[in-house]
Design a protein around this ligand. Structure first.
Ligand SMILES: [Zn+2]
Length: 206
């Protein structure tokens, strides 16, 4: 048993979510290996439970982060025109299968009072929500709502295109199927022209 694990667990300030129990995950992975009829003591598999446990710790690290910490307006810089950040890479875990879904997140917003966010902060916001057990629909609305509440812009639109491995690797096996979800708030919701402007900028590929 890999008892040394316990020291590495995450003690973060956020008390609402307990820290990751790597030993418990590793135990579960050993059971999966046994359950499929493999031998967890086989040389190639001995370290697998530990590796998988560490992978899940990383892929769920967003559970122990406060997304609002990324929504801090840039000091001094003011801008009132629409801002669009395209093609933010996201990797998340589908909560129905614990299988990864990967894709691109596009975020558009119309600033109010000149308040804008650094581009890296938008990416960090998307990452914090991605690194949890998710549904693509909820991931999309979580990012949009947090940005809308934190930055108080005139409008927010978030579009995510993703490939779900639970769909592409098994079952119906639609190899290239992409799921597209969007969340539209404020001015983007009430003004169809602004919305379609943002959409065509998001879809436009250089
Ligand atoms: Zn799934």
């Amino acid at each position: 048993m890999a008892t040394k694990f316990s020291q590495k667990t995450n003690e973060k300030k956020n008390n609402r979510v307990p820290s990751v129990d790597l030993d418990l995950i590793a135990e579960g992975v050993r059971l999966i290996i046994k359950g499929i009829g493999e031998d967890p003591e086989r040389a190639g598999l001995q370290e697998t439970p530990r590796r998988v446990a560490e992978m899940y710790e990383e892929l769920t690290s967003g559970m122990r982060e406060d997304p609002q910490q990324h929504v801090v307006p840039l000091k001094g810089d003011k801008h009132d025109e629409m801002v669009i950040v395209k093609d933010i890479s996201i990797a998340s875990l589908c909560e129905h299968h614990l299988a990864p879904f990967v894709g691109k997140c596009h975020i558009a917003y119309i600033p109010k009072g000149g308040r804008i966010l650094g581009i890296s902060k938008l990416a960090r916001l998307a990452e914090t929500f991605s690194r949890r057990l998710q549904l693509q629909e909820r991931l999309t609305t979580d990012i949009a709502n947090t940005l809308f509440e934190g930055l108080k812009p005139l409008g927010v639109m978030v579009v995510i295109e993703a490939e779900h491995t639970c769909m592409t690797l098994r079952g119906v096996r639609k190899a290239d199927a992409k799921t597209v979800t969007s969340a539209v708030l404020g001015g983007f919701r009430t003004d169809p022209r602004t919305r379609s402007e943002a959409m065509s900028l998001i879809k436009g590929r250089e």
